[in-house]
Each structure stands twice: as C-alpha cells, then as structure tokens.
Design a protein around this ligand. Structure first.
Ligand code: PBG
Length: 322
C-alpha cells in the first residue's frame, strides 16, 4: 500500500529539490565540437542544412577554437576538406594535408585545447567512399594502409586523440601498431566502433562534401537493425587496442550505449550526428519545439544512457546554457 505514504512528487516540488536528486549531469567538459576545415583564408562558409556550422579556413578555425577553449568544452574533432580529391585519398595522409596543417596551427595558437582527428578517407576520395575501390567495392585490407598512414600523420602534427570512422575490419589494431612503431604509443585511439549506415548523416555529407558518387556505405557501415553485432564490433575494437569506443548515431541507438555501458568499463562516446542536430534545429525554427530545451534534453538523455562524452554540433550552445 505505497500511496499515500509514498509520494514521488515530494522531491519534485521545487527546483532546489529537483537539483538535489538529479541523477545525470551535463558539463561542457563532456562535449566535443565537430569542425570542418577547408583551404584558403578568411573563409567561413555556412552549411545550409546545419545552421550555425561552417566550413572554416585554418585562420578562422583558430578563432573558433579560441572560443571553444574559453567555453571549456571537452575538445574538438576535425574533419578536412582537401584542395583536391583523388582515387588514392592522398590528402588524407599527406604530411601537409588540410587536417595536419590545422592541427599544427591549433597546437601553436590554442595549446591547451584537446584536438581529436577523424581518421577516414571519404572526404579525400574522388568517389566519396571510405576506402580503396577494387572491383566496385571498398577493399578492406588495402584501405588499412591509408588509415594507418593518416593516423600517424595526425599524431605527428600533434593530435591528442585519433578517431577512425571508416568501419574497416582490423583498422584499430593496424593503427595502434603504426602509432607505436612511429613513437606515438601515448596517443589514444577513439574507435567509432558501432557506426551504422544511417540516413542521419545526410547534412554532414554536405558539410564535408563526402557523398558517395555511386552506391552507399552498407557494405562497411552497420545495419541499423543489429544490436548483437554492435557489441561484437565493440569487443573486437577493444581487443585490438581501442582506448575509448563510440556509438553513432546517438539518439536512435541509446539502447546500444546502455548495453555497452553494462558490459565495458572503458570511456564511451556517443555522436549526436548532423541529422539529429538538423531535425531539432528545423523544428525549433518552425516554432514546433523549444530548441534550447530539446538540445539539453537530448544531450541529457544520451548521457543518461551511459555515454561519458558526446560529439555534438550543439557543444557551444549547450555550454553557454549550462
Ligand atoms: C566519415 C564520417 C561521417 C560522419 C562522421 N565521420 C560520414 C559518413 O560516414 O558518411 C557523420 C557525422 C555526422 O553526420 O554528423 N566517414
């Protein structure tokens, strides 16, 4: 006979009570801002489907990161738009590639900021796929060499964390070995371990100019229907030496963040991807939902499901509200 003895509403009566018993905290240090860096100078090109986000030339990126630093965010993750694309994704692993130069500039001008790099080839290949094409499909093992070279070049530039997002089998082990051999045993790998072939990446592909020119990514990114396979992907990446793992997208996959949280004690990241961001922005702009509340509620839900940190295009706006 719990009622009327038990009344859960008692602890919800005032904000001071609600704050006292709040289980999940959101802090700027848990948020990582994705940024898109492009060639040129003085460039700040807004991405139409992602209001408030722009392609930035390195000088503008530095300015942006000074602001990120003052907001005390967890860090940034960089995506590059190369000068030109080719079949071999050579811009991905060039020592003077766009991301490599951007990392150097950030380490020089904003030294305290945590800089992660996305390790992938889709922004650098003329066909927009994440690896080397052999017989009409991405060849796994040939792609591993490119990924390892890219990760080492990012580390050499000063990246604090490298984050492979390509979904090739064996890439974490290969990247770990290459980093160690090149003297970067101290550089952690954040693996996009459970990354799904999701329609929610749509706006990002405009931002990164990385839409596949033929076919899609379903032969390497995961089927959205598969949860057990996601746990297997995570287990394999941890065996290969991943220091942190990621689930991506975030909101439609909270069950997987939760399952991973129960099974492993490593830090878990979640990526609130471009489509998740743009949906909230679009609805807010139409006056259909309260954008600030949707932002905080979505980020809180992702944290509640078990994520330690969140890659999100809301990072700056959320930090300002917290
Ligand atoms: C690169 C990559 C993608 C995203 C992050 N890294 C795009 C893709 O796989 O097509 C998506 C991020 C987002 O939508 O915000 N492989």
């Amino acid at each position: 006979m719990p009622y009327p003895i038990h009344r859960p509403r008692r602890l919800r009566r005032t904000e001071s009570l609600r704050r006292l018993v709040r289980e999940t905290r959101l802090a700027p240090s848990q948020l990582i801002l994705p940024l898109f860096v492009c060639p040129g100078e003085g460039i700040r090109r807004e991405i139409s489907a992602m209001p408030g986000n722009s392609q930035l030339s390195i000088d503008q990126l530095v300015r942006e990161c000074e602001e990120v630093q003052s907001l005390e965010l967890g860090g940034v993750i960089l995506f590059g738009l190369p000068e030109s694309k080719d079949e071999e994704a050579s811009g991905a692993y060039a020592e003077d590639g766009i991301v490599q130069r951007a990392v150097r500039a950030l380490k020089e001008n904003v030294p305290g900021l945590l800089v992660m790099t996305d390790v992938c080839n889709c922004e650098y290949t003329s066909h927009g796929h994440c690896g080397k094409i052999v017989d009409g499909d991405v060849d796994n093992d040939a792609t591993l060499d490119w990924l390892a070279a890219a990760a080492v070049s990012h580390a050499r530039a000063g990246a604090d964390v490298v984050a492979p997002s390509d979904m090739m089998d064996g890439r974490v082990g290969r990247i770990r070995a290459a980093l160690d051999a090149a003297g970067f045993a101290h550089v952690p790998v954040l693996s996009y371990a459970a990354k799904f072939a999701s329609c929610f990446y749509g706006p990002f592909r405009e931002a990164a100019e990385s839409t596949p020119q033929f076919g899609d990514r379903r032969s390497y990114q995961m089927d959205p229907a598969n949860a057990r396979e996601a746990m297997r992907e995570i287990a394999l990446d941890l065996e290969e030496g991943a220091d942190m793992i990621m689930v991506k997208p975030a909101m439609p996959y909270l069950d997987l963040i939760w399952q991973a949280r129960q099974r492993w004690d490593v830090p878990i990241a979640a990526y609130q991807v471009s489509g998740e961001f743009s949906m909230i922005q679009a609805a807010a702009r139409n006056g259909w939902i309260d954008g600030d509340r949707a932002m905080i509620e979505s980020l809180t839900a992702i944290r509640r499901s078990g994520a330690d940190c969140i890659l999100t295009y809301f990072a700056k706006d959320a930090a300002r509200l917290l």
